[in-house]
Design a protein around this ligand. Sequence first.
Ligand SMILES: [Zn+2]
Length: 340
Amino acid sequence: MKRRNFLAAAGASLFGIHAPAISAQGNGIVMTVNGPISPEKIGVTLTHEHVLVDFIGAEQVNPDRYDAEEAFKVILPYLRQVRNLGCQSFIECTPAYIGRDVKLLQRLSQAAGMHILTNTGYYGAANDKFVPKHAYEESAGQLAERWLDEWREGIEETGIRPGFIKIGVDSGPLSDIDAKLARAAALACKQSGLPIASHTGDTRAGLEQVEILQEEGVDPTSFIWVHAQNDWQLMRRIESAVMGVWISIDNVNTNNSDAIIKKIMDMKAAGCLNKILLSHDAGWYSPGEPNGGDFRAFDALFTNLIPSMKETGFTQQEIDQLLIHNPQHAFTIDAKTSGL
Ligand SMILES: [Zn+2]
């Protein structure tokens, strides 16, 4: 009954989309900043981007450091640009304590006419500069409870829920705090069904995280290996993809189509096209810099990579697999395990 109310309330969400009725078999949902949508509505998706990132550090980060109105005006044209190129959903990967601003995301989503997902979790990469102090003192279980609280109650009293868990770890061997973040993510995933996207320093760190997830009983299909293009070890990526891990190649830009296509073709040859996610890791309005600094657009995938892939012989079906079906599967939350 509770779940039914929740979905009914969300039925009034953006674009007149009505939240799906949960069937007896238990359909999934994708959780956007405007509430849940049916996974079939996700469409062409950029799976790893940022609108605003503040690198000032966990202790000083604060929404007062920027003018949200100015940020909105700078960022919106870039979202409209990719919306016009066919992008329907946008996964915003900036975690708390590094500039996550969910009200800004909601406003941008509505103005751009594009689904946006935000996240819960902490970023332990960059030598832990963005990890809040309490994360050192609390257990993995306590951190998971904080993140689950955002899932159940909404983020910072906005009612906006995360669509995934975002963490970050440096290169392996994992530090104690990075291992704790991975374990907290696993615990929160088990009780929410939220997928885990982890900024991952190198191959060793990726494999260690998967081990921690498995220790906690979390299936590797819930894990998105962010920046998997770094320290590219094809066989380890194939092994991981075969286990179910999502391989996020998220450095698409205007100059690297050939290198990206080579990686995709190698994965395709191993039968792993269904485990690849593609994105730019672009954006990055920077508080403290005039007009937010040098904002990077989100269009290269549409204007460079896809045309090059078609020339190389990729079919529309394969491109849809990469841009629509894979993101849909990666970000679908099982309604039965959501706890809502
Ligand atoms: Zn990123």
